[in-house]
Design a protein around this ligand. Structure first.
Ligand SMILES: Nc1ncnc2c1ncn2[C@@H]1O[C@H](COP(=O)(O)OP(=O)(O)OP(=O)(O)O)[C@@H](O)[C@H]1O
Length: 336
């Protein structure tokens, strides 16, 4: 049954890549939802499938080897997974917008900022022709670029990374989308600019009243921005709950390990903890059992034999781990 409250509902999503004639799933059975005006952060190390998941939502997977094999991506109850490019073009930018880590990949280097912004407004809005440029400049003002009249005549390479990201945000909100997907939007920026861009996203989210799906590997960003958090490991959701519980009552061993790998203000540590080992590559993923088993400090022999399922441990808190499986004798909590 569809969740009436959700703006975006991802159900059992499987996205595969064809490698040497065999399909490997970079996203395997991912389900979660985003409610209107909510900020949901998807967090996990590099290679966990965060980008593949967001590209799946936008239908931007590499056509030569990537495809959604199974599952649904319901936007206001309509499944986006089977839509073709034409149908998706009507949704991209207008209802759902996306910003990327490196705006240079999304901006055209040979066209001026003004031309590219005007194009978005021409293609997706009913703004009158004579009003278009004025609207582009006012969007630049909205994202904190005061010299919009000049910037519209400049090319992307003439701007700093932070300014380019502001331009991308201006283009993304041009049509007042209800959902903004931001894939590591601050990773390429230096720390002060990162903070400014996050602040800007919060301000815009408030003004436009949109939901944000924020992809990040940075738990500091999660603490700052999220209402709810989806922790991904090796293509799967391993834990999902509200931001407070992620920090104060983490349950999955992977979430706990991620948390001990960030510095805390109340601790003096010379060396940062890191999680030993790496996320297995797609072709090396265990076929049965828990995908985190080789790095898990709490692993049990059966973790290699049984596929853990994402199950609710309390209202609003789901975990994919045998330790919390109600049917397992070693389970850690009573299911509340
Ligand atoms: N086009 C592709 N063909 C084959 N494998 C791919 C392709 N794109 C991604 N992958 C693989 O899918 C897995 C998930 O990658 P993804 O980029 O989604 O991770 P991520 O969590 O977003 O990491 P990062 O933070 O580094 O972007 C990785 O093992 C990656 O190598």
């Amino acid at each position: 049954m569809s969740n009436q409250e959700a703006l975006l509902e991802i159900k059992n999503l499987h996205t595969g890549f064809n490698i040497g004639g065999k399909t490997y799933h970079a996203v395997k059975d991912v389900s979660f939802d985003v409610k209107p005006k909510e900020v949901v952060c998807v967090v996990g190390e590099s290679g966990c499938g965060k980008s593949v998941m967001s590209l799946s939502i936008m239908n931007l997977l590499p056509k030569h080897n990537g495809k959604i094999d199974k599952g649904e991506i319901l936007y206001k109850g309509r499944d986006l997974a089977p839509l073709n490019d034409n149908e998706m073009n009507k949704i991209r930018g207008k209802d759902i917008s996306m910003i990327f880590q490196e705006p240079m990949t999304a901006l055209n280097p040979v066209l001026t900022i003004g031309y590219q912004m005007d194009e978005v407004l021409i293609n997706h809005t009913k703004v009158k022709k004579e009003e278009i440029r004025k609207k582009s400049i006012s969007l630049l003002k909205q994202v904190g670029i005061s010299r919009g009249e000049q910037i519209v005549h400049e090319y992307p390479h003439q701007l700093s990374g932070g300014m380019r990201q502001r331009v991308m945000i201006a283009m993304a909100i041009a049509c007042q989308p209800q959902l903004l997907i931001a894939d590591e939007p601050t990773t390429a920026l230096d720390v002060t600019v990162q903070a400014q861009i996050l602040e800007l996203i919060t301000k815009i989210q408030d003004e436009v009243g949109m939901a944000v799906l924020l992809i990040t590997h940075d738990l500091g960003v999660v603490a700052e921005m999220a209402d709810r958090v989806v922790v991904m490991y090796a293509g799967q959701v391993v834990e999902e709950t509200d931001v407070d519980r992620i920090f104060y009552d983490p349950q999955h061993p992977y979430t706990k390990a991620l948390l001990t790998s960030i510095p805390r203000m109340d601790e003096e540590r010379e060396v940062l903890n890191t999680i030993s080992g790496i996320v297995p590559s797609l072709t090396k993923m265990p076929e049965v059992g828990c995908r985190f088993v080789d790095r898990c400090p709490e692993a049990m022999p059966e973790c290699r034999q049984i596929d853990p399922q994402l199950g609710q441990t309390e209202k609003g808190h789901s975990v994919r781990c045998l330790l919390y499986d109600a049917s397992h004798p070693d389970k850690k909590t009573e299911v509340r």
